[in-house]
Design a protein around this ligand. Structure first.
Ligand SMILES: [Zn+2]
Length: 242
């Protein structure tokens, strides 16, 4: 299993970071978790064919998590016609937004087998490589938001998405489910609050992503000995092999 960070920034891109977008690869099958980065361009530059994409999972509809999705879908629809993936969106307004975008720019409806659909908490996806469960979070009051627990090849990964300022929505499953890798944001709460949760959770490795301000990376890494898990910080183009 390979995780590759296409974008690791918080709400605003920087000179060295795109917004949030993480690729997971299993046996040549590829999956995206959030598409805040220009994923179509990045896939092309890395030589990853659109046809290798099996599914896209969106944690919530903020721009830094979906900004690259219209272009990815548009190119998949009219040019890379061997694309055949499923986009999971947390609410119906996201499906309508993308359908409207495709209709407006391409004048043709979305081409099967490209599929857009909503999901709720629980198991939302299963194929021969991975199973994905959506875990409800409470990032804001006006948008639905989720994290994703992914299992495949005997490994478990949790993608946090964005969470609430007091971290009251830190997923309970991380206290009793061992994960090989937890990828967590660190933009909406302090390092202190995050560490309170991390010391009790059963993760073997923890990777900081979507961090604001970026000075929190050094602050957190300076305290890594407080955790039993290995603590890392993601940068664009980083890869983790599990
Ligand atoms: Zn965000």
């Amino acid at each position: 299993m390979k995780i590759e960070f296409f974008g690791t920034s918080h709400g605003v891109p920087s000179d060295i970071r795109y917004c949030n977008c993480i690729m997971l690869e299993c046996d040549g099958a590829r999956y995206l978790f959030d598409v805040g980065a220009p994923a179509a361009d990045i896939l092309t530059r890395k030589g990853y064919p659109f046809s290798s994409l099996k599914a896209v999972f969106i944690t919530h509809l903020h721009g830094d998590h979906i900004g690259g999705l219209p272009n990815l879908l548009d190119l998949s629809n009219w040019y890379y016609k061997d694309s055949a993936y499923h986009v999971f969106l947390p609410q119906e307004s996201g499906v309508r937004l993308l359908e409207q975008y495709i209709k407006t720019t391409a004048a043709t409806p979305l081409r099967a087998p490209l599929v857009l659909s909503t999901f709720e908490a629980g198991e939302i996806y299963h194929d021969e490589h991975i199973t994905v469960r959506a875990v409800k979070t409470a990032h804001t009051d006006n948008l639905l938001s989720y994290g994703f627990l992914v299992e495949g090849e005997g490994k478990r990964i949790y993608f946090s998405g964005d969470m609430r300022h007091d971290l009251s929505d830190f997923p309970a499953c991380l206290y009793d489910t061992e994960v090989d890798l937890l990828i967590t944001e660190l933009a909406h709460f302090s390092v202190d609050i995050l560490f309170e949760k991390l010391t009790a959770c059963k993760a073997k490795r923890i990777c900081l992503n979507h961090v604001y301000p970026v000075s929190k990376i050094d602050e957190a890494l300076a305290r890594k000995n407080e955790l039993t898990a290995e603590l890392l910080a993601a940068h664009d183009n980083d890869m983790i092999l599990l």
